[in-house]
Write a protein of this length. Structure first.
Length: 118
């Protein structure tokens, strides 16, 4: 079905021809990646993880790579991690699928998905 996107503040709505409204909410995803790879490989990992968001029907608005930083405490025997912040909009029903994919990814040491206020 054809859709039109309407932006209202931080919320985006996709309106179908039949008049049904599917609301997308804004989220921030912070990921800590395995720092063991070279910079170009990390770039590919970030792109692959962001493609998961797009595949679930989400829209990516901003990706900030904060780089390699020391962790406050060891996680999975790592003392450093590569931090990435992604701002996106997606349907709330798709967040569980995204988090499941992030949990099974060997490249992601830790992640946090936060719904932004309206």
């Amino acid at each position: 079905m054809p859709r039109a996107t309407i932006t209202k503040g931080k919320r985006k709505e996709a309106v179908t021809v039949s008049g049904e409204v599917e609301q997308k909410r804004s989220y921030e995803l912070v990921m800590v990646l395995n720092p063991g790879s070279a910079e170009d490989k990390i770039e590919n990992k970030v792109d692959a993880l962001n493609q998961n968001i797009v595949a679930l029907g989400g829209e990516i608005s901003c990706v900030e790579q904060w780089g390699r930083r020391k962790l406050a405490y060891p996680i999975k025997k790592f003392t450093e991690g590569y931090y990435v912040l992604t701002r996106c909009a997606m349907k709330p029903s798709q967040t569980n699928s995204l988090e499941a994919k992030l949990r099974i990814s060997e490249d992601v040491i830790r992640h946090m998905l936060i719904k932004l206020g309206d």
